[in-house]
Ligand binder design. Sequence first.
Ligand code: PMV
Length: 339
Amino acid sequence: MPTDQQVEAAVTAVAHPNIALIKYWGKRDERLMIPYTDSLSMTLDVYPTITTVRLSPAAPADDVRLDGAPAEGEPRQRVVDFLDLVRGMAGRGEPAVVDTRNAVPTGAGLASSASGFAALALAAAAACGLDLAPTALSRLARRGSVSAARSVFEGFVLCHAGRGAGTAADLASYAEPVPVPGFDPALVIALVNAGPKAVSSRAAMRRTVETSPLYRSWATSSGHDLFEIRAALRRGDLDAVGEVAERNALGMHATMLAARPAVRYLSPATVAVLDGVLRLRADGVSAYATMDAGPNVKVLCHQADAARVAETVRAAAPGCSVLTARRGPGSHLRAETGQ
Ligand code: PMV
């Protein structure tokens, strides 16, 4: 049984966003957060989320703060539901004080939910006295957001969709690192619009699964894409990795465009950046684009080409902010605890 001092200790965790090269899009179990398809991502070294959790036995309810302001509505409820899950696993009932700082613009298709729930999973589990193995931590993070399962790990990461139903699916759906020593590309991020998206990814993927005639064929081809990209990663072949990643992302957006009504995240500035990427390739630069549930574009390239890629992207979409990321660390606890 933890002592009172441990109960009150604040735990701080750090997690970084990840960008999927093979996307997850669509859940077959929304309660357990089980995706339809496997995915593969790169954890980044930018835009960390830093989350502190402290159990507070005397508090009347959970106190959730997002970037300094009290969280309300659905964002608050998602955190409270997640805390309930962790408390249930740990056999505890105390309210918690949660303070989350996001360096990434929240809700703009830049994976803030991935870093957010990866950091919360680690901080909340530790605050409740749970010492989870990486696979169990990844499964827990998945319950907050499927992409968060991947931010538990460094570098390139595979997320298993898992088979079966109920507990079997829950046990089988987790991420694990894909060791690719020496493969260290750049990811140039073009933030064409940092505002929140009009349709949440949760609602958009549900509509896509339910109404898009293209969804099933994308899900099937995504399995082939995963096989190919793993072989390309083993060879350290950036062109092959990029080609597969770009077609997988465009295919995912095609499923949404065919949904009824259509979900369209890509804006004119997105398309201008995609044109810039095509021009770079025509000039012999290895550059490949991927987009998530938002208009922003991430361009995979060799580090030596990152400055040229960033310049092309800026010229293609004047006013956009551009940042170059590399592969980054998995979620981890911060050494200092206590507030
Ligand atoms: O993590 P969510 O539930 O917000 O879903 C986002 C999914 C994509 O970013 C579009 C793709 C992915 O695999 O990260």
